[in-house]
Design a protein around this ligand. Structure first.
Ligand code: CUK
Ligand code: CUA
Length: 632
């Protein structure tokens, strides 16, 4: 148990260690000096009189500290949190409430510890998906059945290169990536509810379609598309072209409406042009109607994708439009649907309000602006909104470095621009982007934890040079009387944008591989062999504590070499790897996993194939020689 992970109240009115530490800056005592003096009971005692300060606000943006976030050694968290890695290109798995980072899942990045991009299969997946070395992940969304997490998949966008990836949550491993045509910058990512039968990629950067050089400096030809992807096949099923651009998105809970914000309705080319008008749009896509048009052939085929015209002057948008363009101020950013499916709430970004759209009113409406039923003023720079399932909305305020908690029904009743619906604000550190409440994207949020993904961390951690970590803060929201309570700072490698918090009991990850789930044939000790044919050497072998099948393997310079390896261990947590120095290869092998790697033996010499996962007391001895004989 450490100072940092404890925030429990001893319950006897005395001050906890954590409270004392949080008081230190105020009292002009730094942590080291405090710790040095820690044995001095007198100093401890001198803090006791300070509990009154703590009961109100300790100046650190926190309220009273009486929330138990401790997950003692040997115990497990209640929730998984999946955080996007931004331009690191990966997804991170945290436990909540401990905020311990448990795992990283490489997606668009090459990563050696998990062998991602190092074995033939994952390398081929990355190459076929555009052959980029990085991506920009923003919105991790876990698949649902009947509006609740079903533990099958996690979908994640690539804002950089217009892609969508799927992570298999049995193995916590990226198993498919689609390079989306006609879309530059897939930003928002979301699935159609209630059963994740479509995954939507929201196209941010408007470009000519097709973008083949025929229109360059002519913004009249710049467009964005919404993309619908089949979650099983990962095929792009259809797209809708729109006016303006698209940013974030969310789906209703009944399989009809998909909402996306647009901050560049004017197709401006500079920031000044993009922010000139007072309103942009929230778009509402009538997805069953779009599917009917696709089925009826009412589309244009562009780069092998059926593209339906959803622009304002499209014939499909005259009566009973397929896309409603709803005016909202001003360069809106996040949009999210309330758990009860009543409202879509768009955050104003450059306007201090959120716009509340009554979803049921959209059906057959003449003027979609009539569906805006509330517009509370929540504070400076509202970006994203999350829900606790008790009728409250939590909106991140980028400019104010705060989170505003407000009452949704009160905001519908109040005058436009009223601040009355705001119940409470809490300081966060600093400049929050997304915030995410536990199971907020389902019909039944848990309503206990809120993670706020702060872009700046400034003075919150030891300095590590000019590249700062982000700060993921944990806030307890389970007690409406006490109010929001900041309980934890967590440094994050750049740069999480969004997260999904899933009850631990809703996932059932495999402990070892099921060989039937893998493409490659399982290799037993008896199967081990070296097959030589016309300049190609195929080595089939096993790995186990503490060796590979062959103590040495001889090949000729210039041979193409394929090594297929099965880790035949059946004990969980006993991993091996197949690392080949100076050949840039490290393939991870979890128990019962088979992987394959192919390379050209173009460097003569002796190379010790070794295992990079520390697997046993004889791990260091787990190595074989690759002997590459020089060509004549
Ligand atoms: S975005 Cu980054 S803070 Cu990509 Cu949802 Cu808003
Ligand atoms: Cu196998 Cu180390």
């Amino acid at each position: 148990m450490t100072q940092e992970t404890t925030a429990s109240d001893p319950g006897d009115g005395s001050t906890t260690d954590n409270e004392r530490e949080m008081l230190l800056p105020q009292l002009g005592v730094d942590r080291r000096n405090f710790m040095k003096a820690g044995a001095v009971a007198g100093l401890m005692g001198s803090f006791a009189g300070c509990t009154d300060i703590l009961d109100t606000d300790n100046g650190n943006g926190t309220g009273p500290i009486d929330v138990d976030t401790e997950v003692p050694p040997g115990e497990l968290d209640d929730y998984y949190a999946f955080l996007s890695g931004g331009h690191s290109g990966d997804v991170r798995v945290y436990g909540v409430p401990s905020m311990r980072q448990i795992m990283r899942i490489p997606v668009f990045n090459y990563e050696s510890a998990r062998g991602h991009g190092h074995d033939d299969e994952s390398r081929q997946m990355l190459e076929e998906a555009g052959d980029y070395t990085w991506g920009d992940t923003h919105h991790p969304r876990v698949s649902q059945t009947d509006n609740d997490y079903d533990g099958r998949w996690l979908f994640i966008n690539d804002k950089a290169n217009g892609r969508m990836a799927r992570i298999n949550l049995k193995y916590f491993e990226t198993d498919a990536i689609v390079d989306i045509p006609n879309q530059q910058g897939t930003h928002g990512a979301c699935a159609r509810m209630p059963d994740t039968d479509l995954v939507f990629g929201v196209g941010e950067y408007e470009v000519p379609i097709p973008n083949d050089g025929r229109h360059l400096d002519d913004p009249d030809h710049y467009e964005s598309v919404l993309t619908a992807i089949d979650p099983e096949s990962m095929n792009v099923e259809w797209q809708v072209r729109v006016d303006g651009n698209l940013d974030n998105g969310d789906s209703d809970k009944e399989g009809r409406w998909f909402f996306a914000t647009c901050y560049n309705s004017e197709i401006g080319l500079t920031d000044a042009e993009m922010t000139a008008p007072d309103t942009d749009w929230l778009m509402a896509f009538d997805t069953p109607q779009i599917e009917e048009l696709v089925a009826a052939g009412e589309y244009e085929m562009i780069n092998d994708v059926p593209v339906v015209d959803g622009r304002q002057d499209s014939p499909h948008n005259q009566s009973d439009p397929i896309v409603h363009y709803i005016d909202v101020p001003k360069s809106p950013h996040g949009v999210s649907v309330t758990p009860d499916n009543q409202y879509a709430i768009a955050s104003g970004k450059l306007d201090p309000t959120c716009s509340i759209i009554d979803i049921a009113m959209l059906d057959g409406i003449d003027d979609p602006n009539d569906a805006v039923v509330g517009r509370p003023e929540v504070g400076g720079g509202p970006l994203h909104t999350a829900y606790d399932g008790r009728g409250h909305a939590y909106t991140s305020l980028f400019v104010d470095s705060q989170v505003a908690k407000w009452d949704i029904e009160a905001a519908v009743q109040a005058e436009e621009g009223s601040t009355d619906p705001v119940i409470e604000k809490i300081d966060v550190h600093y400049n929050p982007g997304h915030l995410i409440a536990s199971e907020s994207y389902t019909a039944d949020p848990a309503g206990d934890w809120l993670i706020v993904l702060n872009k700046l961390s400034m003075d919150r951690f030891l300095p590590v040079g000019p590249v700062y970590p982000e700060n993921d803060q944990l806030i307890y929201i389970g007690d409406d009387d006490e109010g929001m309570q900041l309980v934890k700072d967590t440094p994050a490698y750049p740069e999480p944008h969004d997260a999904t918090i899933v009850g631990a009991d809703k996932l059932d990850p495999a402990r070892i591989y099921d060989p039937d789930d893998l493409e490659l044939d399982y290799i037993t000790p008896e199967d081990a062999e070296i097959i030589r044919e016309d300049g190609h050497v195929h080595i089939k072998m096993i790995s186990q504590r503490n060796n590979f099948s062959f103590p040495e393997i001889t090949v000729q310079e210039g041979d193409e070499v394929t090594i297929t390896t099965t880790n035949i261990e059946t004990t969980e947590d006993i991993l091996h790897s197949l690392a080949i120095p100076q050949y840039d290869i490290n393939v991870k092998l979890a128990p019962q996993e088979t992987r394959e790697v192919t390379f050209t033996a173009d460097k003569p010499g002796v190379y010790w194939i070794y295992c990079a996962y520390f697997c046993s007391a004889l791990h260091l001895e787990m190595r074989s020689r690759l002997l590459v004989e020089p060509a004549e």
